[in-house]
Design a protein around this ligand. Structure first.
Ligand code: GAR
Length: 218
């Protein structure tokens, strides 16, 4: 079986990267991570990748005169490794239309909210401030506009009365670690197709892909 060759872009801690590494450790999983690229030399995710025996590369955005040249360097590096799909996993640089267009429908992201709610940063603080009872996370194909694009999987996560930003973030992060590998499994096995800016999924009942962790195992 040939597995989809994945490049993961990170900027920091890399816990979602770890979830993807763990999923790819199963030889039956339809994707493999061939390179991890970070724009921060001290990102802990680089250590995780090295420990898993995965090639790492640092492309420091500060060494480039503008975003397009930084992104061209990343694309060159990814293509050198034969990457077929790029996964953003806590990659905290905005991407321009050049990069997003080049990797169109081959570039996915995880975001800690139920998009299109709470795009951008500080999602959990804003969810608490808004008083929402449910938040969650989203894996989606990337389009030019920040935190937008066809949605592959979402997980709903309850907001509890005593939540702080940290407790809510931890609950959402646990859901992220479930749905990112699940989404990569779908993409890697060729079960997703973007049709008219919606993701068609070629398997199972629709509810299989609207993951609510609290009733998933009922
Ligand atoms: C994750 O919560 C991810 O959803 C978020 O950054 C965190 C990275 O954590 N991404 C974004 O906010 C992108 N808009 P990690 O490095 O431990 O995976």
């Amino acid at each position: 079986m040939s597995r989809l060759r994945v490049g993961v872009l990170i900027s920091g801690r890399g816990s979602n990267l770890q979830a993807l590494i763990d999923a790819c450790a199963d030889p039956a999983f339809p994707a493999e991570i061939v390179v991890v690229l970070s724009n921060q030399a001290d990102a802990f995710g680089l250590t995780r990748a090295t420990e898993a025996g995965i090639k790492t590369v640092v492309v420091d955005h500060r060494e480039f005169e503008d975003r397009p040249t930084f992104e061209a360097a990343m694309t060159e590096m990814l293509e050198q490794h034969g990457v077929q799909l790029v996964c953003l996993a806590g990659f905290m640089r905005l991407l321009t239309e050049g990069f997003v267009g080049h990797w169109r429908d081959r570039l996915i992201n995880i975001h800690p909210s139920l998009l299109p709610a709470f795009k951008g940063l500080d999602t959990h603080a804003r969810a608490l401030a808004a008083g929402v009872r449910i938040t969650g996370c989203t894996v989606h194909y990337v389009r030019e506009e920040m935190d937008s694009g066809p949605i592959i999987i979402q997980a709903a996560v309850p907001v509890l009365p005593d939540d702080t930003e940290d407790t809510l973030a931890a609950r959402v992060l646990a859901a992220e670690h479930r749905i990112y590998p699940e989404a990569l499994g779908l993409v890697g096995s060729g079960k997703t197709q973007v049709v008219a800016e919606r993701v068609a999924i070629d398997a199972g009942a629709p509810e299989d892909f609207l993951v609510n962790p609290s009733d998933r195992h009922i």
